[in-house]
Design a protein around this ligand. Structure first.
Ligand SMILES: Cc1cc2nc3c(=O)[nH]c(=O)nc-3n(C[C@H](O)[C@H](O)[C@H](O)COP(=O)(O)OP(=O)(O)OC[C@H]3O[C@@H](n4cnc5c(N)ncnc54)[C@H](O)[C@@H]3O)c2cc1C
Length: 333
């Protein structure tokens, strides 16, 4: 890592392209959590720098319609995030559309390196979010946010009384099934394994209560997505053992194969558990504080449970209060 950083430094130095930016507070990420935190900070008249990452607005850009943002009946995910972003610009935030590659959080001064600039700062708010694990199949990406989803709570309403296919196994997959089963017509669940990777009680419940609605295909793997320019029509599934090929038509597909927090840049520096940044999680102003003083983490990158826009946004608000408490002590203001 150190070697890479040195090379990056030399490239930037030689080409005279990089600039040094200093701010008391740096916010990494521009999803609901980062932009909420930034809003609170900038409205208290404290300057900060926001580094947006290459996905300005975050994961909600990947969804078509959001119907659970309080007070708005229905809005495009990208439109909602554009409103967040415009509000930040309205308060004259210093924003860079840059992506951070390297951070030094163990020694002072705290520093990070992007593609455009070097950033020095005293306080850091990490809101780099999460990405759902997805397959890497041809055609897959054009259907994500259309009729491929990874969030039952977010998208099940669009599939009322429809036939859907689910790929997954494990606890979160079955939790999502419980949510979906009340809304959709029929589910076909495709599992790679020969057994379910969740607890016995959940399986029993599914068989007892929902047996008529759900069918399973075990030992099966996905071969291909087929659709037109807008919607996915069917998938080709193969059996591991007999290699039988089946085609399943569907109205929606849910992928519950896990998700990964964007925390790899912090490995070896912050305390991390199963890729989620570990916060102190105690009230009295350190709910969002990480294992290093002056560094806070919010939103999906530290949340293994809720992972919603509204909960991310709320954690952004928490971080303001946590940060401001140590900020006042640090700068003696
Ligand atoms: C398809 C889909 C549909 C969804 N629908 C809903 C819904 O209807 N309702 C709901 O409440 N929730 C929904 N969610 C969940 C919701 O989008 C997330 O919970 C929320 O966006 C998390 O916000 P966040 O700020 O933590 O992170 P994110 O939104 O993931 O934003 C992360 C930000 O960090 C930036 N970043 C990442 N790495 C770096 C780096 N190295 N340097 C700088 N910046 C970086 C990215 O560019 C991005 O701006 C949905 C999610 C998906 C994927």
């Amino acid at each position: 890592m150190k070697k890479n950083f040195f090379i990056l430094f030399l490239i930037n130095f030689d080409s005279n392209m990089f600039k040094i930016k200093y701010s008391k507070i740096l916010v990494l990420g521009s999803g609901p959590s980062g932009l909420t935190s930034s809003l609170y900070i900038i409205r208290s008249n404290i300057n900060l720098i926001i580094v947006t990452g290459n996905n300005i607005g975050g994961q909600l850009n990947n969804t078509n319609i959001v119907e659970n943002w309080p007070s708005i009946k229905s809005i495009k995910g990208s439109e909602l995030m554009k409103n967040f972003y415009l509000q930040i610009l309205y308060f004259n935030a210093e924003v860079y559309n840059d992506e951070i590659n390297y951070l030094n959080l163990l020694n002072k001064p705290l520093m990070s390196v992007g593609f455009l600039n070097f950033y020095y700062f005293n306080f850091l708010i990490i809101s780099t979010g999460c990405k759902y694990k997805i397959f890497n199949y041809k055609n897959q990406f054009k259907y994500i946010g259309k009729n491929i989803s990874s969030c039952a709570v977010c998208d099940s309403n669009f599939y009322k009384n429809k036939n859907i296919l689910i790929i997954g196994n494990g606890d979160s997959c079955f939790e999502n099934i419980f949510y979906l089963i009340k809304i959709i017509k029929n589910i076909l669940l495709i599992c790679r394994n020969k057994i379910f990777k969740t607890n016995y009680n959940i399986i029993k419940k599914i068989f007892l209560i929902m047996n008529d609605k759900i069918k399973f295909k075990m030992n099966s793997f996905l071969l291909e997505f087929v659709g037109d320019d807008y919607l996915l029509f069917y998938v080709k599934i193969k059996n591991f053992f007999n290699f039988n090929l089946n085609i399943y038509f569907l109205e929606g597909l849910f992928l519950f194969i896990g998700n990964i927090p964007n925390s790899n840049k912090f490995f070896g520096q912050l305390k991390i558990n199963k890729n989620f940044i570990l916060n102190k999680k105690k009230f009295l102003y350190n709910y969002t504080l990480t294992s290093i003083n002056q560094i806070f983490s919010i939103g999906d990158v530290q949340d293994f449970l809720y992972k919603q826009a509204v909960t991310s946004s709320a954690s952004g608000c928490f971080s303001y209060f946590d940060l401001i408490n140590s900020y006042k002590k640090y700068f003696n203001v």
